[in-house]
Design a protein around this ligand. Structure first.
Ligand code: ADP
Length: 500
């Protein structure tokens, strides 16, 4: 082999080695890249795995949270329904009836109990999920734990959610459940009872939300029961009041009947006595008249004067008896009024004429304030005249010289109002109250010297009332007195039928 050929071969060999080396270097480089990529992929996988685990965890938690919210929502709905039902009744028993075990089951707890508390005794108001033995055990043991009861009565709730205490152990023992809420039904006026709800399974524990809602529910029951009790109280006192009013009304009705009976007896007695007295009085007056006329022979002057006195006193007695008879007749409805159309102004005018001599003698002025056009009224004119005569005579009697008597009339919607006033001695308040009582006379100097019966005013008032009007008096001592009375414009019954 020539040197050229061997150089060429060496050259080729070198090129081949160089190529081989380049190839190896390149391959190494690629392997490193792949390794780097692989390690990155591995990391990415690890991250993905972590994220997947997180997603699964989150999903589980979400599911749990959703379950919890659904449960709460369900409980809320059940509570809302219960609230609505119990807030529309004011009967305590009906409140418990409406809550009932089936409604409480809707709350979603395994066991429910509402205990009523009154006079240191527990009653089972609503129970579901508990056996009779269990409730009997609760009834027998619950109040024994005085500290637990005291804490509840002060408004404290207990639930298995909060940190365990000795009280919690006691509750578990009494109610036989590990998961529970125990809340008092307490109001401003004291403790009404207790609510207990609980779950048996550890997989179904109580949440803080449950505790909160049961506490709201217990407040709601407390409020409803308190309302019911208040209503009951109001209802009872109203009934008591009605019974009392009825009793009083019966008593008053009886008293009124008794008074009416006594009044009737009095009227009949007065009437009978008056009749009996009138006959002999008429004879006395007749004989006195005969003697005075000298028809039975001459009589000495002294006898004549005594006879005159007998005559005068007999007249007053007859007048008194007539007044008494009139009062009793009007009271018993035995007086027949002779009704006719008449003008009050004319009646006043007649009375003025009649009393003018006395007015002059006593130097008393007479004034009138009567509208020209007053409607005619249906009246018994002679009886109304009696009223004016009585009022005016009294006014003359009790008014000093230079005084004034005034008669005023006013036309009102359905009546005419009359006022007879004077500027006389007046009447004090105590006497005013008794003025219309029969035989009542004020104790004063004038009455001591002037005789009277105390029957004029009661009779006048009775006549006014028999005409459908009212009579009253106002007065001021040393200033004067005014008698007021009304007479209705209409509704006067026809003369022939009017008996009062
Ligand atoms: P009598 O005039 O017969 O006493 P009345 O029934 O007419 O009976 O009056 C009762 C009493 O009312 C009178 O005694 C008098 O004391 C009082 N009285 C009545 N009218 C007046 C008056 N205008 N002023 C003061 N007192 C009066």
């Amino acid at each position: 082999m020539s040197e050229t050929a061997s150089t060429f071969i060496i050259f080729l060999l070198l090129i081949f080695i160089a190529f081989l080396m380049v190839t190896i270097i390149l391959k190494n480089l690629r392997v490193k890249k792949v390794e780097a990529a692989f390690s990155q992929m591995k990391k990415a996988f690890t991250r993905l795995d972590e994220q997947a685990k997180l997603i699964v965890k989150t999903d589980l938690e979400l599911n749990k949270a959703q379950e919890e919210s659904e449960r709460r929502l369900h409980l809320l709905e059940a509570l809302q329904k219960t609230s609505r039902l119990i807030s529309t009744t004011l009967d305590e028993n009906e409140i418990y009836n409406r809550i009932g075990s089936s409604l409480m089951n809707e709350f979603g707890f395994d066991k429910n109990l509402i205990l009523g508390y009154k006079a240191e005794t527990l009653t089972i108001q609503v129970s579901s999920g508990f056996t009779d033995d269990e409730t009997a055990f609760i009834q027998a043991n619950f109040l024994q734990d005085k500290e637990l009861v005291a804490a509840l009565n002060s408004g404290q709730n207990f639930s298995s959610v909060t940190a365990a205490t000795q009280r919690h152990e006691s509750i578990k023992r009494i109610f036989g459940l590990n998961h529970f809420v125990l809340a008092p039904v307490v109001t401003q006026n004291g403790i009404l009872g207790y609510i207990f709800i609980g779950n048996t399974s550890n997989a179904n524990p109580i949440t803080e939300g449950d505790e909160e809602l049961i506490s709201i529910f217990s407040n709601q029951i407390g409020q409803s029961i308190e309302n019911a009790r208040l209503y009951e109280q109001v209802f009872r006192s109203q009934q008591d009041l009605e019974t009392k009013i009825q009793d009083r009304t019966n008593q008053l009705e009886k008293a009124l009947k008794d008074v009416q009976a006594i009044n009737k007896a009095k009227s009949e007695f007065i009437s009978a006595v008056s009749h009996e007295l009138r006959t002999p009085l008429t004879s006395i007056k007749g004989y006195a008249g005969l003697l005075m006329q000298g028809k039975l022979g001459e009589i000495p002057q002294a006898v004549f004067e005594r006879l005159e006195k007998i005559n005068k006193h007999t007249d007053s007695l007859v007048q008194l008896i007539n007044n008494l008879l009139d009062i009793s007749r009007i009271e018993s409805g035995r007086t027949t009024m002779n009704m006719s159309n008449c003008q009050l102004k004319d009646v006043v005018s007649n009375v003025h004429d009649l009393l003018t001599p006395q007015l002059r003698e006593r130097q008393i002025n007479w004034t009138e304030n009567i509208p020209q056009k007053l409607p005619e009224l249906m009246l018994d004119e002679s009886q109304i005249e009696r009223i004016f005569i009585n009022l005016a005579s009294n006014a003359i009697k009790f008014t000093p010289p230079d005084g004034t008597i005034n008669v005023t009339m006013m036309l009102n919607e359905d009546h005419i109002k009359t006022e007879v006033s004077d500027t006389g001695i007046g009447i004090n308040e105590d006497d005013l109250l008794k003025l219309f009582n029969e035989f009542y006379r004020v104790e004063n100097e004038i009455n001591m010297s002037v005789k009277g019966t105390g029957l004029g005013l009661p009779l006048a008032k009775k006549i006014v009332e028999a005409h459908g009007g009212k009579m009253w008096v106002t007065s001021k001592v040393n200033e004067g007195t005014t008698f007021h009375f009304t007479l209705p414009l209409k509704n006067n019954p026809p003369a022939s039928e009017t008996t009062v």
